[in-house]
Design a protein around this ligand. Structure first.
Ligand code: SAM
Length: 378
């Protein structure tokens, strides 16, 4: 049975691991790079369609030591790459190199590309795929650490994070897989209300609503890389998509609320939710955090918030006031609620003057953040 590797951001491996298992796929291992699972290609299709916290699904094909360029070239020949695409389709090789004898990543990428292209030339009397670094049919991911080379095929294409519903965003939107990861890490029970008091383009709530409605995160995408591979099983894919649509829930019995000080952001969030088909599940309104109150009649639930934290938005001193305002409203109006805050700035979370009951490290792109849980007792 082939193995696949579901990749995600640092800090989300455990929730991704749970998701892969929940799909009924056999987890083999989890590590810094992601979660390895054993499955036929149908499982790979489902993973691409349904995983909320993965950024891509790779198929590892080679893993070998190489000290010399010729060894690299010869080992690449041990896998038949001509079975994935035709010479009329296109190819790209992405390489990363760490502590290696090889000159640099460009050299490694070129050597691997030459080896793959030569396989095609030999099989197809000189015909070979062109290189297209932007939008290739087949993208190989090559990772060299010291003398160990691993080669994977990207089955996803564009990052799975790019669902397709968010065509409008503010200055610092959360990537969709990360927003889904926050919802999962919070331990959200699906009948519990979530409020995002600084919702920006609405990503956290839209991801929660998609989950509540069992809408597959990949259902907005036009294309996955595997659909263009030779041997793509379109019948199986159609069945998987039909099953996913059949599992959608019309009325999940839970509602979400998003607020933002900017009416422009609120408008964008509404439009994004509409494109995602979850606008009935979310109420968005303009409100500053210092006057934040729970909508009337609600039982205490969850707040999940990604306030500005200065790396990309605003200035730390000015932002401290925003965090103080948030803490003020929480203590005053949200007794019994649990609030999760994603922040990349300890000075700002310090300004909350609240004691976190849990702190989880998480990377938002290159920014090391903490996802902090506060139980609001009053
Ligand atoms: C980092 S962004 C949130 C991004 C969002 N998670 C997304 O995916 O688009 C922070 C948001 O906080 C909002 N904001 C800043 N100060 C605020 C305040 N005092 N009250 C309410 N919202 C505020 C900003 O308008 C911005 O949209």
């Amino acid at each position: 049975m082939p193995e696949f590797l579901a990749v995600t951001s640092r800090g989300l491996i455990d929730v991704l691991n749970d998701e892969v298992s929940a799909l009924g796929l056999q987890v083999v291992s989890k590590g810094a790079a992601g979660v390895v699972f054993e499955s036929n290609w149908e499982g790979c299709y489902r993973a691409n369609l349904e995983l909320r916290t993965a950024t891509r699904v790779l198929k590892p094909v080679l893993d070998f030591p190489a000290y010399e360029p010729d060894e690299l070239y010869n080992n690449i020949q041990k896998h038949d790459f001509t079975k994935y695409i035709t010479p009329q389709q296109t190819l790209a090789v992405d390489a990363s190199v760490r502590e290696s004898a090889f000159r640099d990543q460009r050299f490694v990428a070129m050597k691997v590309k030459d080896a793959v292209v030569d396989q095609f030339r030999e099989k197809y009397s000189g015909e070979r795929p062109d290189v297209d670094t932007e939008n290739p049919t087949l993208r190989l991911m090559v990772r060299v650490v010291k003398s160990q080379v691993s080669v994977s095929i990207d089955t996803s294409g564009d990052s799975l994070s790019q669902r397709g519903y968010r065509t409008e965003a503010g200055e610092a939107p959360l990537r969709e897989h990360l927003a889904a990861g926050l919802v999962a890490m919070s331990g959200w029970q699906e009948n519990v209300t979530i409020i995002d008091p600084m919702c920006g383009s609405g990503t956290i709530l839209i991801e929660a609503a998609l989950r509540a409605r069992r809408i597959a995160p990949g259902s907005f995408r036009k294309k996955f890389a595997f659909q263009n591979f030779t041997g793509f099983q379109s019948d199986a894919w159609d069945r998987i998509v039909t099953q996913a649509i059949g599992s959608e829930v019309e009325s999940p019995g839970v509602h979400f609320y998003g607020f933002d000080v900017s009416s422009r952001m609120v408008r964008m969030a509404k439009n994004n939710a509409e494109r995602a088909g979850v606008d009935s599940e979310i109420t968005f309104a303009t409100s500053a955090v210092d006057v934040l109150t729970p909508p009337e009649g609600l039982k205490p639930g969850l707040l999940i918030v990604n306030p500005p934290y200065g790396e990309r938005l605003g200035i730390t001193e000015e932002l401290k006031d925003v965090y103080r305002d948030l803490a003020f409203s929480l203590k005053r109006n949200f007794k019994g609620w649990t609030c999760w805050i994603l922040s990349g700035n300890e000075q700002l979370t310090g300004a909350l003057k609240l004691k976190a009951s849990r702190r989880m490290p998480l990377f938002n792109g290159p920014i090391e953040c903490r996802f902090l849980e506060y139980k609001i007792n009053g």
